[in-house]
Design a protein around this ligand. Structure first.
Ligand SMILES: Nc1ncnc2c1ncn2[C@@H]1O[C@H](COP(=O)(O)OP(=O)(O)O)[C@@H](O)[C@H]1O
Ligand SMILES: [Mg+2]
Length: 370
């Protein structure tokens, strides 16, 4: 690819951020980190913002516009975005579908979804990009959809023989029609404490720990507010360990990181608001256990048909040293202080190289599909 003065044309990467999910703010931070890390000699960044109501923004500085609208948004140092004097230059795009026919005209070579949670991490934007025939970073429709859904992930990984904690699926309808029966069913299946989670969320949104039936009632009410399907899982006392996976058909793993929440568990506040959790990289773990986690991480990545990147989260039970897979994140937090980029940094792959590899993996996957 060359332009008139025969310099190689830069690869135009459309970074998509914001979105309708409750993880809108986290996405803005991830996008900032990704955009800053893309080597400007090689890549030209095109910003595409999605508002909380689902409107797509292109043109001049949609990122700054969304940041300005986010009261909860906390910029850490190095994440500053200049807010434009006016939003005159921001072009609303009428509906997502209007954007794609334009992408050829805009000369976008690849999309980098930096979206977390439903309507972004869950196969929806991936399906749209598939239909448009344009390369994009990360997992495809199937892997994204299954990976976003905690219940579906469990079913697939159970079948693959991956160790997980005992769990029960509750639907919102069951809960609304017969709460006492639901509580009794959970209590027959699982000892307290249990963790109650909306099937399709992330960043600990709607997640609670229940130590008795009163807690359980409140927790189910809360989780059912976020999703039609709720996962109730046996609580475990142990360490929280996370591993990065990078690649397509022959993925590699990073080392392990450990999360030490100071709160009762790793909730939304300790993740993003008060930073009250310690991230320890590398985690001090017996090499045999680490090897087993590497095996499970790769096996899970392949069983779930993931691509590009994933962060695989584990519990290591105190006393027994039993490994349990907790969850798989197909678009893990990518802020400057997030576990995924920091794990690769520790493994010798710095941020610019990491985003570069992700773009190359996406182009490679797209070429194979053709
Ligand atoms: N079964 C469990 N036992 C102990 N702690 C748990 C369990 N499930 C979740 N947690 C705690 O809750 C946090 C959020 O749950 P998680 O399943 O990772 O949801 P999310 O997708 O929102 O990150 C975990 O990081 C952990 O601290
Ligand atoms: Mg988690």
């Amino acid at each position: 690819m060359t332009d008139s003065n025969s310099q190689p044309r830069k690869i135009r990467v459309a970074v998509v951020f914001g979105g309708r999910s409750d993880e809108h703010d986290v996405s803005l931070r991830s996008a900032r980190t990704i955009m800053d890390a893309l080597d400007s000699d090689r890549y030209e960044v095109v910003e595409i913002g999605i508002t909380r109501s689902g409107q797509w923004l292109a043109g001049e500085s949609p990122h700054a516009a969304l940041v300005a609208e986010s009261p909860m948004f906390h910029l850490t140092e190095g994440e500053q975005t200049a807010v434009p004097d006016s939003s005159r230059d921001i072009r609303p795009v009428i509906g997502a579908e209007a954007l794609l026919p334009q992408q050829a005209a805009n000369g976008i070579d690849i999309f980098f979804p930096a979206l977390h949670g439903p309507m972004g991490e869950d196969g929806t934007i991936q399906g749209m990009l598939e239909m448009a025939g344009v390369p994009y970073v990360g997992s495809g429709v199937l892997g994204s959809a299954v990976g976003m859904d905690k219940a579906m992930t469990k079913v697939i990984l159970e079948q693959a023989g991956v160790p997980q904690l005992p769990w029960v699926l509750i639907t919102r309808r069951e809960w609304q029609l017969n709460p006492d029966e639901v509580i009794a069913r959970i209590e027959r299946a699982l000892p307290y404490p249990v963790f109650v989670k909306p099937a399709n969320m992330g960043s600990s949104v709607g997640v609670s720990k229940a130590k008795n039936s009163d807690d359980l009632r409140t927790a189910l009410q809360e989780a059912a507010h976020f999703d039609r399907r709720v996962v109730v899982e046996q609580g475990v006392t142990g360490r929280e360990l996370e591993m990065g996976v990078l690649g397509n058909d022959a993925p590699i793993t990073s080392g392990l990181g450990e999360i030490k929440p100071r709160a009762e568990f790793y909730d939304y506040a300790s993740k993003y608001l008060d930073d009250s959790a310690d991230l320890i990289i590398p985690a001090d773990v017996d090499p045999e256990i680490q090897k087993e986690m590497e095996r499970i991480a790769i096996e899970s990545f392949i069983a779930l048909d993931l691509a590009g990147l994933a962060r695989v989260d584990f519990f290591l039970e105190d006393g027994t040293n039993q490994i349990y897979l907790n969850e798989v994140n197909t678009l893990p937090g990518f802020t400057s202080i997030s576990m995924y980029p920091m794990l690769w940094q520790q493994a010798g792959i710095a941020l610019p190289e990491l985003v570069n590899r992700l773009v190359e993996l996406a182009l490679e996957r797209h070429a194979h599909k053709r």
